[in-house]
Design a protein around this ligand. Structure first.
Ligand code: ATP
Ligand code: SF4
Ligand code: MG
Length: 319
């Protein structure tokens, strides 16, 4: 039985005019998220993950140049446009800045419901209280009376997740939702997302620079490099046998989830290309230990296999 995609992105490009030539933040990205599915997006800092999410949400700054298709839950989309608000919600990296500092949590949460659902304040407050309980806040009535600065980072992120869930979105975009949190709270927030996905059949697009974060939750993982998708595969296949050398390098750098946490994370040598750089061939060539001559001047085409994998590499690792 095929599942309807809740989000389809086709050939998306996001660029900006820049002093040293135009900036290409997202370069020709296509991907899909099915109803109830969790898709992970990983890639180093600057690979275009947040720009992709903001484009889907329609939240890019006004000077952004956008091209491609963003289609939500089967709605027709022959140019970039999205249906947001009630059906797609996003949580951001920093729960501190995403909340309004001078408003109590209760006020912020009820405003969302009163605005979107046009329900009475009393009813909205009860819904907010119930949602806070749902995300594991032990004294929700007290939490509603608090200001953001009175809450811990983990509590704030829970509040944001609860707020984003108030309108029962079909898709939650979570951009580095745990980066600002300590390791124990990180695990709790990821567990919460996993539970909500199961209980609400809500699709999640989970974005992180850290493969270990998406590993436990995402059924499918999309790897981005320099604004492009370089590989996509079911999570287990990706870890078992990555085909793109960049994916293999990311896996080699990720700490073993069952092992001790290393004092220093291994990092990939070299730097990714900047958003103003243009490449005649493969963007990964300067850091790749499998590169051959044609990688310098021939862009590797995306190859899609029957088992749901795709990758763009002239010399892929063996299956
Ligand atoms: N408003 C803007 N104007 C110009 N360039 C921008 C703008 N916003 C982002 N960029 C550029 O777009 C590229 C992609 O940025 P993006 O924030 O999407 O990366 P990311 O993958 O989310 O990185 P991180 O892991 O650090 O969050 C970067 O080179 C960034 O400098
Ligand atoms: S196309 Fe060439 S340079 Fe790029 S990842 Fe593959 S082998 Fe490496
Ligand atoms: Mg980002």
């Amino acid at each position: 039985m095929s599942v309807a995609p809740v989000l389809t992105v086709e050939r998306l490009r996001v660029g900006y005019p820049g002093r040293d030539g135009s900036i290409e933040a997202v370069r020709d990205v296509s991907l899909g998220v099915d109803a109830g599915e969790c898709v992970g997006i990983v890639g180093e800092s600057g690979s275009g993950k947040t720009q992709l999410c903001l484009a889907v949400m329609g939240l890019l700054p006004s000077n952004a140049r956008i091209d491609g298709i963003v289609r939500f839950a089967g709605a027709p989309g022959d140019a970039v446009r999205t249906v947001r608000g009630e059906r797609i919600a996003m949580v951001f990296q920093d729960p501190q800045t995403a909340l309004t500092p001078h408003l109590r949590i209760g006020t912020q949460m009820t405003e969302v419901l009163v605005h979107h659902r046009r329900i009475a304040v009393r009813e909205a407050r009860e819904a907010a209280r119930a949602m806070l309980a749902r995300v594991g806040i032990s004294d929700p009535a007290r939490c509603l009376r608090r200001y953001p600065h009175e809450l811990s980072g983990g509590m704030r992120q829970r509040v944001l997740i609860a707020t984003s869930l108030l309108c029962a979105p079909q898709l939650l975009i979570a951009d580095e939702p745990t980066t600002a949190l300590d390791v124990t709270v990180q695990a709790q927030v990821l567990e919460l997302l996993a539970r909500l996905r199961r209980e609400q059949r809500m699709a999640i697009l989970l974005v992180s620079h850290d493969l270990a974060v998406v590993a436990g939750l995402a059924a499918r993982i999309v790897v981005m490099y320099a604004g492009r998708v370089v590989e996509e595969a079911p999570a287990d296949a990706l870890f078992r046998s990555p085909r793109h050398p960049y994916t293999a390098a990311l896996i080699a750098c990720a700490p073993n989830p069952d092992g001790p946490i290393p004092a220093r994370m291994a990092t990939l040598p070299g730097r990714p290309p900047g958003a103003t750089e243009r490449f005649a061939g493969c963007p990964f060539v300067s850091r790749c230990d499998r590169s051959v001559e044609r990688c310098r001047h021939e862009p590797p085409p995306m190859v899609a296999l029957d088992d749901g994998r795709r990758f763009a590499c002239h010399e892929p690792l063996p299956a």
